[in-house]
Every structure is written in structure tokens, then in C-alpha cells.
Design a protein around this ligand. Structure first.
Ligand code: ADP
Ligand code: ADP
Length: 230
């Protein structure tokens, strides 16, 4: 089943044509990496998937729901689709554990004990089991981003979007974040869409690589096709 399907999607910012006739299917459990020059529409494309940007024409179906239709349920969409940003957007006045537990408590009304256990398990998965009681400003950027990933996963989304998740990090922090993303890609059935300049990551874990330029998809193929052809 396609988890995400773009059919003839058009996106404008005013007069500016940002996405031009996008056709794309992303199967459940796959990892797709978007590459291409700055300004080519990568960020716009992934922001349409969680409704942060509206499309003006075509159909965009996410987990069986046509989100281009006016009456589509945006709350359900936001539950199904998590997003990790370049800047981590953690709550500065809450501990790491509280950051992770907040949305499941409020939105999903998850039982407090279960919520805590899950948050602790996720912290362990991202290599930060000992940081639950720390505040974000006590962490490095790479640690903050791993908390942000754990926080997204706590909502058990069907789809996880990453918009240049390592671009704001010091080089020595990038590896740890990419390792966590690789673990999720390999060991879970998460559907992941990742905008990144990290070609090593694309090569190792992408099921599909999409090259964008000027608002269109210029090329798509397996990582193998992409990186091994002359
Ligand atoms: P990329 O992620 O590939 O760098 P973006 O999706 O961020 O590209 O941007 C694609 C184009 O759309 C750029 O020319 C950018 O200036 C423009 N754009 C992005 N967001 C907006 C906006 N909110 N209003 C107007 N133009 C925008
Ligand atoms: P990034 O490349 O990290 O996505 P950008 O500088 O492209 O950052 O965009 C930062 C923010 O500014 C985004 O929210 C984007 O939608 C908005 N933006 C980008 N280009 C324009 C534009 N030409 N007009 C208005 N807003 C824009």
C-alpha cells in the first residue's frame, strides 16, 4: 500500500510556482531521501505531507486520507505524521522526559505510567537514557535533536518527516543523529521522508532517492541506481 501518494500536485506561494506537477508514491515502511539544490522545493514538498503547506491542485493522499480535500481531518493527519525540524524546537522550560511525554499525554491521553515507560525506552533508543531529567539547554545540539526524534516517535506516527535534521549541527554531532535515523529506518516499519545533504546516509538507507530542481522531480530511483550509475 502507498502510505503517501502525490497525484499532479501543484503548489504556489502567491505567483511563485513552488511545486510543479508532482507525482510520487511512497510505500509503507520505506525511507525516501530528497536531494537537490537550495530553493528547489524539497522543504515545501515535505511540508505539504503534514499539512504545514496547502496545495492548490492535484491530490495528496496520506495514510488513505485525501488531505487536499477541505474537509480532511488535520488533527488526525498531525497524529499520523511526525516531523523533525532543522532547529529542534524543544520546550526549554521542561525536562527531556517531559518534552517527550507532553504530546502523548495531552493529545493521546496515554496512561501516565505507560507514557513514562515509553519515553524512557525511546530515550534509551536514542542513546540518552541518562538525560531524562536534564533541561534542553544542558544538552548539545546533537543530543537535542535526538530528543526531538524521540519526542516525534512517542506519538507513534505512521510517517516521520525530517527537514535537514543535521544541517544546524556541528560536524562532530551529525554522526550520532544519523545513526539514530538509520536505526529507525532499518528496525521499524516507519515510513520516512528525509531532506538532507548527507549523501552517505542516502546511499546506506534510502529505498528511493528523489532529485528535485526548480519545483519538479527530475529523477527518482533506488539508492543503488542513483549512486552507482555513471
Ligand atoms: P528547498 O527546501 O529545496 O531549499 P524550499 O521548499 O524551501 O526549497 O523553497 C522553494 C522555493 O519556494 C524557494 O524559491 C523559496 O524561496 C520559496 N518559498 C518557500 N517558502 C516560501 C514562502 N512561505 N513564501 C514564498 N516563497 C516561499
Ligand atoms: P530552509 O532552507 O532552512 O528551509 P529558508 O530560508 O528557505 O530555510 O526558509 C525559512 C522560512 O522562510 C520558511 O518558513 C519558508 O517557508 C520561508 N520562506 C522562504 N522563502 C520565502 C520567500 N521568498 N518569501 C517568504 N517566505 C519565505
Amino acid at each position: 500500500m502507498a502510505m503517501i501518494e502525490f497525484k499532479n500536485v501543484e503548489k504556489y506561494y502567491g505567483d511563485f510556482h513552488a511545486l510543479k506537477n508532482i507525482n510520487l508514491q511512497i510505500e509503507e515502511g520505506k525511507t525516501v531521501v530528497l536531494i537537490g539544490p537550495s530553493g528547489s522545493g524539497k522543504s515545501t514538498l515535505i511540508r505539504t505531507i503534514n499539512g504545514l503547506e496547502q496545495i492548490q491542485a492535484g491530490d495528496l493522499i496520506v495514510h488513505g486520507e485525501n488531505i487536499s480535500k477541505k474537509k480532511s481531518d488535520m488533527n488526525l493527519l498531525r497524529k499520523n505524521v511526525g516531523m523533525v525540524f532543522q532547529h529542534f524546537n524543544l520546550y526549554a522550560n521542561k525536562t527531556v522526559l517531559e518534552n517527550i511525554m507532553l504530546a502523548p499525554r495531552i493529545v493521546l491521553k496515554r496512561d501516565e505510567k505507560e507514557n513514562r515507560e515509553m519515553a524512557e525506552k525511546l530515550l534509551e533508543m536514542v542513546g540518552l537514557a541518562d538525560k531524562g531529567n536534564s533541561y534542553p539547554d544542558m544538552l548539545s545540539g546533537g543530543q537535542e535533536q535526538r530528543v526531538a526524534i524521540a519526542r516525534s516517535l512517542a506519538m507513534k506516527p505512521k510517517v516521520l518527516l525530517f527537514d535537514e535534521p543535521t544541517s544546524a549541527l556541528d560536524p562532530e554531532m551529525i554522526g550520532d543523529v544519523l545513526e539514530v535515523m538509520k536505526t529507525i529506518a532499518r528496525d521499524s516499519d516507519m515510513t520516512m521522508v528525509v531532506v538532507t545533504h548527507e549523501m552517505g546516509f542516502a546511499k546506506q538507507v534510502a529505498d528511493q532517492v528523489i532529485f528535485m530542481a526548480d519545483g519538479t522531480i527530475i529523477e527518482k530511483g533506488s539508492a543503488k541506481e542513483f549512486f552507482e550509475n555513471p
